[in-house]
Design a protein around this ligand. Structure first.
Ligand SMILES: CC(C)=CCC/C(C)=C/CC/C(C)=C/CC/C(C)=C/[C@@H]1[C@@H](COP(=O)(O)OP(=O)(O)O)[C@]1(C)CC/C=C(\C)CC/C=C(\C)CCC=C(C)C
Ligand SMILES: Nc1ncnc2c1ncn2[C@@H]1O[C@H](COP(=O)(O)OP(=O)(O)OP(=O)(O)O)[C@@H](O)[C@H]1O
Ligand SMILES: [Mn+2]
Length: 309
């Protein structure tokens, strides 16, 4: 598990180059899918995504990592103060040096970062979601925000205004689809991790959906896999696939060099849903993952899709 660096002190921080290298290593270690996606980007954009990844990972680790039991709302309040310091150009820890550089180069907005902290705060207070609407808000905060942060780095389709017939018109804005992709990823993550979360007493599946399929919390904690469960998870998978489908429509409005990495990460992460089906919906004993060779096979398919107008 990722260790948070020691508490901030007055020691000298690393150079910008070294800070990006630290972020690269952490991203490579903790996310095969997103790291692979960043390798398809230009050097400037990929470094920026690594810096963002590390800040997100560290934020998530506060409530999900090995030291999570020590995290209180005050911990998150201090983390938010540290965030404000980054946006004021003042890094406090080594990986922050890269994020400060990224914030300035890409003029990032602080709001998605604040919203993500608010999402992690929800994890301190809640372990159940009654409705999909409530879950959707959680997903926006912890993952839709990543879509906003990433889009600011990847950029929108700048070629749009240069076409004579588009002069004076605003380019289509892919922001809603970026949020939708983040939510789709998070819904996928929730389905993959049902067992792991249950072992921590957490249920992210909306309770209204459990009720609809006549499946109880006790069934879930016992890991019951029967037709009610299969139908319930099929329903969740279909809903998640609709989110992916909506998100796809935004990709052609991104900067051309960002389309392949986004198609690739979308296709690879959404494959986890198929793996869940292949495991006959056993998300209690098995962890659905996409084997590396399969991931590689999707890269040319993603490239072809990224070339379509
Ligand atoms: C290729 C690319 C641009 C990647 C972005 C990489 C990035 C900055 C990821 C941050 C991930 C992170 C650590 C978030 C903290 C909260 C959290 C844990 C969210 C879940 C991600 C992690 O998945 P993983 O399987 O590694 O989780 P665990 O091992 O269980 O901890 C999430 C599932 C959310 C990830 C959300 C995104 C990557 C947003 C995707 C949206 C875009 C890139 C926008 C694309 C634009 C358009 C127009 C479609
Ligand atoms: N090719 C593989 N062979 C065997 N086990 C694997 C393989 N890929 C993944 N796993 C198992 O699943 C775990 C997490 O895999 P996963 O694909 O979720 O990696 P990740 O780095 O978290 O990537 P992602 O960004 O997709 O979440 C690994 O630690 C390993 O136990
Ligand atoms: Mn992972």
């Amino acid at each position: 598990m990722l260790q948070l660096p020691e508490s901030p002190c007055m020691r000298k921080l690393v150079s910008v180059e070294d800070a990006y290298e630290i972020c690269r290593q952490i991203t490579a270690k903790y996310s095969k899918t997103f790291y692979l996606g960043t390798l398809l980007m230009s050097q400037q954009k990929r470094r920026a995504i690594w810096a963002i990844y590390v800040w997100c990972r560290r934020t998530d680790e506060l409530v999900d990592g090995p030291a999570a039991a020590l995290t209180t709302p005050e911990t998150l309040a201090i983390w938010e103060k540290q965030l404000e310091s980054l946006f004021a150009g003042q890094p406090l820890e080594d990986p922050d040096v890269a994020l400060v550089d990224t914030i300035q180069r890409f003029r990032l907005d602080i709001q998605p970062f604040r919203d993500m902290i608010a999402g992690q705060l929800m994890d301190l207070y809640r372990s159940r979601y009654q409705t999909f609407e409530e879950l959707n808000l959680y997903c926006y905060r912890v993952a839709g925000t990543v879509g906003l942060m990433s889009t600011a780095v990847m950029g929108v389709n700048g070629g749009y205004n240069t076409a004579a017939w588009n002069q004076g018109q605003k380019p289509p804005d892919p922001t809603p689809e970026a949020v939708t992709l983040g939510i789709a990823n998070q819904l996928t993550n929730i389905l993959r991790d049902v067992g792991e979360d249950a072992r921590r007493g957490r249920i992210y599946l909306p309770l209204e959906d459990l009720a609809k399929f006549n499946y109880t919390e006790q069934d879930l904690f016992k890991g019951v896999i029967d037709d009610r469960w299969r139908e319930l998870i099929r329903f969740q998978i279909r809903r998640t696939q609709e989110f992916y489908h909506q998100a796809e429509k935004g990709i052609s409005h991104l900067a051309p060099d960002a389309r392949w990495p986004v198609w690739a990460s979308l296709m690879l992460y959404s494959q986890i849903l198929q793996e869940i089906e292949r495991n006959d919906y056993d998300v209690f004993q098995k962890r659905a993952y996409v084997p590396s060779l399969k991931k590689m096979r999707y890269l040319p398919v993603a490239w072809l899709r990224s070339q379509a107008l």
